[in-house]
Design a protein around this ligand. Structure first.
Ligand SMILES: Cc1cc2nc3c(=O)[nH]c(=O)nc-3n(C[C@H](O)[C@H](O)[C@H](O)COP(=O)(O)O)c2cc1C
Ligand code: SF4
Length: 414
C-alpha cells in the first residue's frame, strides 16, 4: 500500500458544504474530546505525535503551541492558506473537500492556547475555497462549534477569512501579518517571532492548512498512534501535489518515508509518451532540482534539510528530457524578480542579475567567470536576504550547480 488516507479520508465521501455530513464522519468529535482535556494535555499530545509543520520548513508544531500558551492576554491563530508556491495545490484540495477539519483544528488550538481570534488567509485566486470557507464558518457558528461559549464550555473563538491579492511573499509569516493588519505585505526582521509579537504586536500562531487539518486526527487517536506512521523524524502522512510530465498528475497522500520514485512511477504511472526524466523539482519554485538517480530518496524532512529550502510542502514536479535546466531556472528566477517585495537589496537587485547571467548561458555568451559570478551571487542572495523568499529562492540554482554542472559547462564560451 503506497497511499494512506488520513487527511484525505473524507475527500469525495462527504459533502464539504454540509456540516451534518462532516459530523456523521467523526467531525467535531476531536473538539468534544479536547474541551474535556486540560489545555496543556492537548499540547502534550501534539508533542508526542512529533508532527512538524506542513507549510514547508517542517518546524515542530508543539514548540509554537507551547510558546503561545505561555503568553497572556490577546492572542491570535492564523491558518496560512496562501499556497503561492508554484506546483502546490494540496491546501486548496483540503479547503474544497474537507473545510471543517481545518476549522476544527483551529478551534482546538484556540482552546489549547487560550486564543480568542483567528484568521484564515486564503490565496486571492482561490475564490471557490474562500466561498466554501465562509459557509463553513457560518455553519460552525450556528451549531455552537465556533463563536461565543463554544460547546457550553465558556470559551470564545471567532474566525475571519482574509485574502491576499496574488502576492507570493504574503505566504511568508510576517508579510502575512502585515497584510492582515491592512498594510502592504512586507516582511519584518526576526526575532521577535510571531509567537512573541505577531498581529498588532500580540502573540500569534501561524500554521499551514495541512498542519491544522492533522490536529483533530491527533487529538482523537492520540499522539502515539500518529507517531507510528511515517519515519522517526517525520511522522504522519504527507499530501503530495504531483505535476509536470507525468501520466497521472494529481494529489496523493503517502506516509513519510515513501520514495519519490514510488510516487512518480507507482502513483503517477511514470512519464508521458515513455520519455525519460531530465530533472525533478521538489517543493516548488523555491525547491531543489534533482536528477533521476536521486529519486530513491525518501520523503522526509531530515533528508530534505540538506537543501535549505521549503521542500517540505510536498510538491513533486516532473520534467522530461525535452527540457533543458535553463528553461526551468529562467522561469523560476523570473518568478522571483516579479515576487520580490523590493525591501532589501540582495533580493531586489540580485534576482535581476541572476536572470541576466542565465540569459548569457542560454545564448552561449557566458564565460567561466560568469559561472563563478552566478554561484557567488546565489550564495550572497541566500545568506543576506531579509526574509525567507530570498533565503530560499536560490535553491534551484545552487542544486543545479551541484547536480547539473556539466549542463553549465556545455553552454560556456571558451
Ligand atoms: C516566500 C514565502 C512564502 C511562503 N508561502 C507559504 C504558503 O503559501 N503557505 C504556508 O503554509 N507557508 C508558507 N510559507 C511558510 C510560512 O512562512 C510559515 O513558515 C508556515 O505557514 C508555518 O506553518 P507550519 O509550521 O504549519 O508549516 C512561506 C514562506 C516564505 C518565505
Ligand atoms: S528577501 Fe525579497 S521579499 Fe523578502 S524582504 Fe527582501 S526584498 Fe522583500
Amino acid at each position: 500500500m503506497i497511499q494512506m488516507k488520513v487527511i484525505s479520508k473524507r475527500f469525495g465521501q462527504i459533502n464539504p458544504l454540509s456540516i451534518d455530513s462532516y459530523i456523521k464522519a467523526e467531525g467535531y468529535e476531536a473538539l468534544k474530546k479536547a474541551v474535556a482535556m486540560h489545555p496543556s494535555k492537548i499540547i502534550d499530545e501534539i508533542e508526542i505525535s512529533k508532527i512538524r509543520g506542513r507549510g514547508g520548513a517542517g518546524f515542530p508544531a508543539y514548540i509554537k503551541l507551547r510558546a503561545l500558551s505561555n503568553e497572556t492576554g490577546n492572542k491570535y491563530i492564523v491558518c496560512n492558506a496562501d499556497e503561492g508556491e508554484p506546483g502546490n495545490f494540496k491546501d486548496r484540495m483540503i479547503m474544497e473537500n474537507d473545510p471543517h477539519a481545518i476549522l476544527e483544528g483551529m478551534v482546538i488550538m484556540a482552546y489549547a492556547t487560550g486564543s480568542t481570534q483567528g484568521y484564515i488567509y486564503i490565496r486571492g485566486e482561490y475564490q471557490n475555497a474562500m466561498n466554501i470557507f465562509k459557509k463553513t464558518i457560518k455553519a460552525a457558528e450556528e451549531c455552537g462549534y465556533l463563536g461565543k461559549n463554544i460547546l457550553d464550555k465558556g470559551f470564545d473563538f471567532n474566525v475571519e477569512v482574509r485574502s491576499g491579492a496574488g502576492s507570493y511573499v504574503c505566504g511568508e509569516e510576517f508579510s502575512m501579518i502585515e497584510s492582515i493588519e491592512g498594510k502592504p505585505g512586507r516582511s519584518r526582521t526576526k526575532p521577535p517571532f510571531p509567537t512573541e509579537k505577531g498581529i498588532h504586536n500580540r502573540p500569534t500562531l501561524i500554521n499551514n492548512v495541512e498542519t491544522f487539518a492533522n490536529f483533530p486526527h491527533i487529538v482523537l487517536n492520540g499522539g502515539k498512534k500518529f507517531a507510528e506512521i511515517g519515519t522517526p523524524s517525520s511522522t504522519g502522512t504527507k499530501l503530495i501535489s504531483l505535476s509536470g510530465n507525468v501520466k497521472n498528475k494529481g494529489l496523493y497522500e503517502v506516509p513519510f518515508g515513501t520514495s519519490i520514485r514510488d510516487v512518480i512511477f507507482k502513483l503517477g504511472k511514470g512519464l508521458e509518451n515513455n520519455r525519460s526524466i531530465k530533472m525533478v523539482q521538489l517543493g516548488g519554485a523555491s525547491g531543489p532540482i534533482i536528477p533521476e538517480y536521486m529519486l530513491d530518496m525518501s520523503i522526509d524532512f531530515d533528508r530534505f534539510e540538506n537543501f535549505d529550502s521549503k521542500t517540505g510542502t510536498g510538491a513533486i514536479i516532473v520534467i522530461d528530457d525535452r527540457f533543458d535546466i535553463f528553461d526551468i531556472l529562467l522561469i523560476n528566477m523570473k518568478f522571483f524578480v516579479h515576487q520580490s517585495c523590493g525591501k532589501c537589496t540582495p533580493c531586489r537587485e540580485g534576482h535581476v542579475q541572476i536572470v541576466n547571467l542565465l540569459n548569457k548561458f542560454i545564448s552561449h555568451r557566458a564565460t567561466e567567470k560568469d559561472l563563478m559570478s552566478l554561484e557567488n551571487l546565489a550564495y550572497v542572495i541566500q545568506q543576506t536576504s531579509l526574509c525567507g523568499l530570498g533565503q530560499t529562492s536560490m535553491t534551484s540554482i545552487i542544486s543545479s550547480l551541484r547536480y547539473f554542472r556539466d549542463d553549465y559547462f556545455a553552454k560556456v564560451r571558451y
